[in-house]
Design a protein around this ligand. Structure first.
Ligand code: 5GP
Ligand code: MN
Length: 336
């Protein structure tokens, strides 16, 4: 029987122009996985391009070849053309085409085979080859393992290693969550052998925010955090006016949702952010509380058991906050 890894390496062998794509509002794992693969395929003398639907946050712009990423929002026609003409599409770190926003429309004209490498539950993408594993810490970890098993490993260099390390580091919140399997550390150890400076990568990602972002965080924690002890819940909401006052830039809210989880007894934390035409939700939990189910059933979105996100249209920030409080009793049993 021909293994998925063999089929993957055959598809790579046959293809020259390869599109690597990831999701809307990309995070460190999305970009780390995509650019990691990009560097591996470059070394293999292929012609890869990384495409994302929208803005790359500042804290990821240092990544090697980030400047070569193509944004659909800046050039939709060129992106649709590339997707229609390439020989292979590799999708990383998402499980449904709806995570591409408007870029999903380009897929009407796609004929190239699709490979999916992802760690979200319930993938619903029709792919020629699918590597989908919810046990891995991150898609970046899975990219390493897939490239190893399919014989591409000799094409990993320092740049690819830095990108894949970033994906693992960000999705595990610096090895504090989703990181209890020994293989995650074996993979990380293998990446460190390529001479990357992990401390510098950490600083590039987590220690390059503006003064205003720090002050916004202080304001939200002291003035806007709502604690609901009976449901072991804490949530923070941020309006557009508050964001503006602190000169908010995309990426500034990264990590805000994690802070309330460091309070003793809190197992569910939510961050609600007003945007121009919708409310962006970020949910995090500890243990058995499935935030992906909560968000899918009562709001709009998905993700992992302990980390989920979504977007709600046609409701105000206040209405979403009230709805969140109103659905908590249904989940009380999960808090006990
Ligand atoms: P974050 O809160 O960091 O934006 O997202 C946490 C996780 O939730 C992401 O890794 C992703 O899996 C998922 N997620 C975020 N936003 C959305 C969304 O709009 N729709 C869906 N289905 N999943 C999302
Ligand atoms: Mn991920």
């Amino acid at each position: 029987m021909i293994t998925p890894e063999k089929r993957f390496s055959k598809l790579i062998y046959k293809a020259d122009n390869i599109c690597i794509i990831s999701h809307h509002n990309p995070d460190g794992d999305a970009i780390g996985s995509a650019l990691g693969l990009y560097h591996i395929l470059k070394k293999k003398k292929k012609n890869p391009v990384v495409i994302i639907p929208n803005h790359l946050p500042d804290f990821l712009q240092w990544m090697p070849s980030a400047e070569n990423i193509l944004l659909y929002q800046n050039n939709p026609n060129e992106v649709c053309k590339k997707l229609a003409e390439c020989n292979l599409i590799i999708m990383v770190d998402f499980n449904s085409l709806s995570r591409l926003g408007k870029m999903e429309n380009c897929f009407e004209n796609v004929t190239a085979p699709i490979v999916l490498i992802d760690h979200h539950p319930y993938p619903d993408i029709k792919a020629e080859v699918m590597f989908s594993d919810i046990r891995v810490s991150s898609t970046a970890e899975l990219v390493y393992q897939v490239t190893q098993a399919s014989g591409l490993i000799k094409n990993i260099g320092k740049e690819a290693a830095a990108c894949l390390f970033t994906g693992i580091m960000t999705d595990t919140n610096s090895f504090t969550v989703n990181s209890s399997r020994p293989i995650t550390y074996k993979t990380t150890a293998a990446l460190l052998k390529y001479g990357i400076d992990k401390d510098e990568i950490y600083r590039n990602v987590f220690n390059t925010f503006s003064t205003e972002r720090m002050q916004l965080l202080g304001y939200l924690l002291s003035e806007k955090m709502v604690i609901i002890p009976e449901y072991k819940t804490a949530f923070i909401s941020m309006s557009l006016a508050e964001a503006k006052k602190y000169q908010f830039k995309t990426g500034d809210s990264e990590g805000f949702v994690n802070y309330p989880l460091s309070i003793k007894g809190i197992i569910f934390s939510a961050f609600l952010m007003e945007r121009k035409d919708h409310i962006k939700l970020s949910f995090r939990s500890r243990g058995n509380f499935s935030v992906n189910k909560l968000i899918a059933q009562h709001f709009s979105g998905g993700g992992h058991k302990n980390a989920a996100g979504g977007e709600v249209f046609n409701m105000t920030l206040e209405e979403v906050s009230q709805k969140l409080v109103s659905v908590l009793p249904i989940y009380k049993e999960l808090c006990d």
